[in-house]
Design a binder for this molecule. Structure first.
Ligand code: DGL
Length: 279
């Protein structure tokens, strides 16, 4: 069903921005976009049938990203935001080769981390596929020669967030395993290199202490989007929470489950429809 048949006609005057991720993680980026563009129509695809991406082959991730991008462009998207580090490192190049509209990708905030660390030790939490990528190797080589950068893969963590499980015994146990090497090494900056992890920020912060800075590049992505759309920089509006009529969410997995998790994470009663697999 095309975008124009689902949202009120008034919204179709403005071409939407298409945003996607494997699951709900990209909502951390969507939230930053919504705060700078409070009334812009936004389409969000959560590829829940194939989440998590983090342990999947690079070619598979690229093919899913290409399929989703094609769909969003057909729906009239004027720009795409890859709200997923794993898909960004494996698919941004090929998507930019296919489309002329702005395509904004996300990358772990390693560069800013190297500029603010005092201990010289930085931890990067991300998926295996992100950490194994040439992009992360380049960021470390270009900006991190004076630092010790600990790349910590976090299998299972994105799944906890996709279940809406932000503070259970299981989530804490996973984080305990992943944070201990960073804490033992004296990391004073932790890069949240997966868009799912900002939803765990309160728990992570409570486990590592207030002396450790957590970096989430979502606001930088929103600013880059405005720049690419030639819109003036805007101060984020007060905390935006809850669904509006200006968002439409697509899920490739079970609809009822997608509705429940999206409503829990985004707030309110978001409009959620099935992502059409065959288009
Ligand atoms: N949110 C994603 C990222 O930023 C992917 C997590 C996953 O699907 O494994 O990498």
């Amino acid at each position: 069903m095309p975008f124009t048949e689902v949202l009120p006609a008034r919204l179709c005057a403005l071409a939407p921005i298409g945003v996607f991720d494997s699951g709900v993680g990209g909502l951390s980026v969507l939230r930053a976009i919504r705060q700078t563009l409070p009334h812009h129509p936004l389409l969000y695809v959560a590829d829940t049938a194939y989440a998590p991406y983090g342990e999947r082959p690079a070619a598979f991730i690229e093919s899913r990203a290409s399929h989703i991008a094609r769909f969003l462009v057909r729906e009239g998207a004027q720009a795409l935001v890859i709200a997923c580090n794993t898909a960004s490192v494996h698919a941004s190049k090929s998507l930019r080769a296919q489309y002329t509209i702005p395509i904004v990708a996300i990358e772990p905030a390693i560069k800013p981390a190297t500029a603010i660390t005092k201990t010289g030790v930085i931890g990067v939490l991300a998926t295996n596929q992100t950490l194994a990528s040439a992009s992360v190797a380049n960021l470390c080589a270009t900006y991190g020669s004076h630092c010790r950068i600990i790349l910590q893969a976090c299998p299972g963590l994105a799944d906890q967030v996709d279940r809406g499980d932000f503070d259970s015994f299981a989530t804490r146990a996973l984080l305990q395993d992943y944070l201990t090497p960073l804490r033992d090494a004296g990391a004073d900056v932790i890069v949240l290199g997966c868009t799912h992890y900002p939803f765990l920020s309160p728990l992570i912060q409570s486990m590592v202490g207030l002396g450790v800075t957590l970096l989430d590049p979502a606001d930088a992505v929103a600013r880059e989007l405005l720049r690419r759309l030639n819109l003036p920089p805007q101060a984020p509006t007060a905390q935006v929470r809850g669904a509006t009529a200006d968002e439409l969410f697509f899920v490739s997995g079970p609809l009822a489950k997608g509705q429940a998790v999206l409503s829990g994470v985004w707030g309110g009663a978001p409009s959620v429809v099935r992502f059409p697999q065959s288009r």
